[in-house]
Design a protein around this ligand. Structure first.
Ligand code: MF3
Ligand code: CO
Length: 257
């Protein structure tokens, strides 16, 4: 069942989302050569507590950290480690999910370590564009897989791959709620979208084959062919005025419910 969120729930999710958006802006300056991903996670963890947010990932199925930090050919669920140090030009994916007064928001962004121009730029731009294309399909009365099809179309139009083994999800009191939102597929299928539905949309895309595997740590997802991967995620609620992105600061203001 897809749970419908009321105004109060959405306000709390929006508070969580706005804080995550701020934290993602602030973290970029910390992504410097030689810094470990565990140090980044520690900073993120402190920022969450300062804002009164509770990490949804710490303690989740034995996961010990407040963020997932995935580098280069790591797609998602990279485990912060003292041994993993950032190098010049690394493509870093930072993924954070946290709750405010019991309601979650989930967000991921891509960054390049100390480097503006990068060969991975087009991949990251495409991931962002595919996320926006997915969000644009969140309309009352539309079908769920319209989102999936729009994401796939954007990604494949650029010649990139869409990871099949992981998906977006409903979100609310829990980090993962129904429905599962695939990043590929035919449009016009699945449940009808309604006001009050909240989704974490998260395209995971690759410069090569879309095939991935989970490494020996039991979490980190990598591309099989070692190609570069990008992942971006926003928490979005469907309102009377269309989709409202809770994890972007430019969307501040009243919830249109
Ligand atoms: N934030 C991730 C998501 O988008 C969840 C990571 S699961 C973890 O669904 F346990 F690895 F943190
Ligand atoms: Co998510």
């Amino acid at each position: 069942m897809i749970l419908i969120k009321n105004k109060l729930a959405i306000r709390k999710m929006e508070t969580a989302g706005n804080f995550l958006a701020e934290i993602c802006l602030e973290i970029e300056k910390e992504l410097l050569v030689g810094v470990s991903t565990l140090q980044i996670d520690t900073i993120l963890s402190q920022k969450l507590s300062q804002q009164g947010l509770i990490s949804c990932t710490k303690g989740y199925m034995g996961y010990k950290h407040s963020s997932c930090i995935s580098l280069n050919d790591e797609v998602v669920h990279g485990v912060p480690s003292e041994k993993t140090k950032l190098a010049y030009g690394d493509l870093v994916k930072v993924d954070i999910c946290a709750s405010y007064q019991g309601y979650c928001a989930d967000m991921a962004r891509c960054f390049f370590v100390e480097k503006k121009e990068n060969s991975g730029e087009k991949l990251v731009k495409t991931a962002q564009e595919s996320l926006d294309a997915g969000i644009a399909q969140m309309k009352v009365g539309a079908r769920l897989t319209n989102i999936s099809a729009a994401i796939q179309q954007k990604v494949e139009a650029q010649g990139f791959g869409v990871v099949r083994d992981f998906a977006g999800h409903g979100i609310g009191k829990r980090m993962h709620e129904e429905p599962e939102i695939l990043n590929y597929g035919k449009s016009g299928q699945g449940p009808l979208l309604q006001v009050g539905m909240a989704f974490a949309l998260e395209p995971m895309i690759t410069a090569g084959s879309y095939e991935v595997y989970i490494t020996g740590d039991g979490w980190t997802v990598k591309t099989k062919d070692k190609s570069l991967a990008a992942h971006v995620e926003d928490t979005v609620v469907l309102t009377d005025n269309g989709p409202k992105i809770l994890t972007r600061l430019e969307n501040n203001g009243e919830v249109g419910l």
